[in-house]
Design a protein around this ligand. Structure first.
Ligand SMILES: C[S@@+](CC[C@H](N)C(=O)[O-])C[C@H]1O[C@@H](n2cnc3c(N)ncnc32)[C@H](O)[C@@H]1O
Length: 720
């Protein structure tokens, strides 16, 4: 080391700029761990804020010319002056040895926040849906998750019960941006950028989790699971960490020169006493998974041939194959007679008919008639299984005949699919005279295993296709299976009906939707905070740029994930209606089955994160921006105090606000009379006064001090 230090000193003497740069890098290197995950932190990270008006002192970038699809100029400038009349800003180039200045139209600039900058966050409500009475609100926040997490350290420090995240997998295929630039396959720093991005957020997320009992669930695939595992070990050294393999596409996704990929991984990070609960859920799914069609699509009741035969839980499916590959010529071995008595009892199974032979030549045992797989148009089709399998199904009681179909001139034939049979064999379902029953939940619990091969976790059928029903014609890449998220969370929040769940890479809002389903199953009042940015997908960005649009234009922002997908999905799930107002088609399946059009009795409010000016002069506006944060901290329930009260105090459902300390007496009376009040916010810069008022509050009400300059209560410096 001393040799290096000597060389550095020499370098500094020769060229101080170069010497200082070398020294900084040297310090960074020498501070690295001798073992474990070592990577470049790539600081500072920066984010563009398209909706934020440009102010003096801001850091900005120049937007590309309208219509251009070229990569935009990434240099950072500082705003030195603004000429309002001409709508022009004077800029000075940052991070350069050669000073450069320019004057640029305000409309051609975009504000940039570096993560080392102090920020003054606020929230603006952009709408809500209320169907849940006095239940707490789920919230969806449109914003850069790093900054939202920082803001949540004020509202939810140590209060979060579960975090579920599905971060960008770093596929190299434009699935995420670092400093406004897609991280592509050939980027030499691809992995360290991803790790730096994840580390920054996970470190803040740690402050939000309840150290005594909470869980962090992170999904990932083969591209980053090794690095993520090490990162989690390093950040959460006190936690118990386990990795689960989860089959999300049983048919496999091709990987050039490799095995086709059927699964991904889920890291479960348990804090304090958190352990996965024994659950009856997987039990149920084994049986329920039969309600997924062979091709993985959601099984519509109306899709099942002879569906009237199916009992109300649709365990019994038509034995006649439909759709492609269903003609006799495709599977001659599946064209055979089933002999049924006149009163509808299956007596025996006949032999398959050799190719070309007419069914009229087959002899029918006495007292029976032959049921053939023939469709209503008279076409020769096939049964679902070979004749050997059919015999076994029959002898086990897993095949039966039902209603007489006049058109077909025979009784319908139905059967139990493989998963249902498996569930019966495992004791998760029972069959009694053809009636399938679930084993009563409380009597049979299940210890989860580290491989989840559950059909309802299929990301195509229960993620992409399901989302397609909720938001017809809107595309979102790779949403999770709704039921996969529901099941993962259930292990940890089943016993916590008031749990707070956070997803800060929420994408299409699957986690919020899953939390609503959990609530419906047990009457819970769990709330989900979903955070996602308003990124426009890579291919869509190009199309919008070609139309002359740029970030910040209403038409551009409208297509962002949060505004176009997340908020409408959460709203549609609650109302049961698509954005066009149509009832959502199809039923929820598995654990809790009901029409999607029923929606949920839940509340949700949508917000956008704002970046306020440090010295906001307008007290009212500054307060309005922090009002949602006060409400969130008090439980996001009921009425919110959105404006500074003229009387000097106000009381809402779960909190009170005292802005004029000489109004303390009526305030204390109102607080004492209120039911369920948790927090009293007291606005004063005087420490002694705050203490004195706090003492007068009734038991169980937490006093929280607010400084008179509202925004300074929520400034977050990063110190990067
Ligand atoms: C893989 S998707 C999550 C999908 C989600 N689990 C679902 O089921 O729909 C990751 C999401 O995180 C968002 N995202 C990525 N980086 C972000 C950031 N820095 N701040 C906020 N959101 C971010 C992206 O917009 C993307 O929608």
């Amino acid at each position: 080391m001393s040799r290096l230090t000597d060389l550095l000193a020499k370098a500094k003497a020769k060229d101080s700029l170069l010497g200082n740069d070398l020294e900084r890098e040297f310090k960074l290197l020498s501070s690295r761990l001798p073992f474990g995950l070592n990577f470049e932190r790539h600081s500072p990270e920066a984010v563009e804020l398209p909706l934020r008006p440009v102010r003096k002192g801001d850091k900005v970038r120049m937007l590309p010319e309208r219509g251009s699809v070229k990569k935009s100029d990434q240099r950072l400038w500082q705003v030195k002056a603004i000429h309002k009349a001409r709508q022009i800003a004077d800029l000075e180039l940052l991070d350069t040895a050669e000073p450069e200045t320019q004057s640029v139209l305000l409309a051609d600039l975009i504000v940039v926040a570096e993560f080392r900058d102090t920020i003054y966050p606020g929230l603006v409500s952009t709408g809500k849906v209320t169907r849940g009475g006095d239940k707490p609100f789920h919230t969806v926040i449109n914003g850069e998750n790093y900054h939202v997490l920082k803001a949540l350290t004020y509202t939810h420090r140590g209060k979060v019960d579960a975090i579920y995240i599905d971060p960008p997998y770093n596929s190299g295929a434009k699935d995420w941006k670092y400093n406004n630039d897609y991280v592509e396959d050939d980027d030499l720093y691809r992995h360290s950028k991803w790790l730096a991005m994840m580390e920054r957020r996970l470190v803040v997320a740690k402050e939000l989790l309840n150290p005594a009992d909470s869980v962090l669930i992170v999904t990932i695939d083969e591209k980053e699971y090794l690095r993520l595992g090490l990162l989690l070990e390093q950040i959460f050294s006190e936690a118990k960490i386990q990795m689960v393999s989860s089959v999300i596409n049983p048919f496999g996704v091709a990987r050039a020169g490799q095995f086709a990929r059927v699964d991904e991984y889920i890291f479960i990070v348990n804090f304090g006493q958190s352990v996965p609960a024994q659950t009856p859920i997987q039990t149920l799914q084994v049986g329920d998974s039969m309600q997924v069609d062979n091709d993985g699509a959601l099984a519509d009741k109306d899709k099942a041939d002879e569906s009237l035969e199916a009992d109300k839980t649709t365990y019994w499916f038509s034995f006649m194959r439909a759709g492609s590959n269903s003609s006799r010529s495709h599977s001659p071995g599946c064209f055979y007679p089933i002999f049924v008595s006149k009163d509808g009892v299956i007596k025996s199974i006949g032999q398959p008919l050799p190719k070309g032979e007419s069914k009229e030549n087959v002899k029918t045992p006495e007292g029976t008639y032959a049921a053939w797989p023939v469709n209503e148009a008279g076409g020769e089709a096939v049964w679902q299984a070979s004749h050997e399998n059919a015999k076994q199904l029959l002898s086990s009681g897993y095949m039966r005949s039902g209603r007489f179909n006049k058109k077909l001139g025979r009784h319908s034939i139905t059967y139990l699919r493989e998963g249902t049979v498996e569930a019966i064999a495992n004791g998760f379902l029972t069959i009694d005279n053809g009636q399938i029953n679930r084993v009563v939940e409380q009597t049979r619990t299940y210890v989860g295993k580290s491989t989840w091969n559950i059909r309802s976790h299929n990301a195509t059928s229960q993620g992409t296709k399901l989302l397609g029903r909720i938001l017809p014609r809107r595309k979102f890449p790779y949403p999770k299976s709704l039921y996969a998220v529901e099941d993962a969370l259930r292990f940890f929040v089943a016993q916590k009906p008031n749990a707070i769940i956070l997803d800060f890479f929420s994408g299409s809002g699957t986690t919020a939707h899953a939390v609503m389903r959990l609530n419906r199953q047990d009457g819970g009042r769990r709330q989900c905070i979903s955070v996602t940015n308003n990124e426009v997908a890579a291919d869509e960005q190009k199309a919008l740029r070609e139309q002359g649009l740029r970030p910040g234009d209403a038409e551009w922002e409208k297509h962002g994930i949060c505004d176009y997908i997340t908020k409408p999905r959460v709203a549609a799930a609650i109302t049961g209606k698509t954005p066009a107002g149509e009832p959502i088609k199809g039923d929820y399946k598995f654990t809790d089955e009901f029409p999607m059009a029923d929606g949920f009795e839940e509340n949700a409010e949508f917000f956008t994160l704002t970046y306020e000016a440090k010295n906001a002069v307008n007290h009212n506006l500054a307060y309005e921006r922090i009002a949602p944060l006060l409400w969130l901290r008090a439980g996001a329930q009921g009425h919110r105090i959105d404006k500074l009260p003229l009387e000097g105090w106000a009381v809402a459902g779960t909190y009170g606000l005292l802005t004029e300390v000489d109004q303390v007496t009526p305030f204390i009376h109102a607080v004492s009379a209120a039911n369920g009040l948790r927090i009293a916010y007291i606005v004063t810069d005087d420490d002694r006064r705050f203490q004195a008022i706090s003492k007068r509050l009734p038991d169980g009400v937490e006093p929280v001090r607010l400084y008179e300059s509202y925004l300074s209560n929520f400034s977050f410096a990063n110190g990067e």
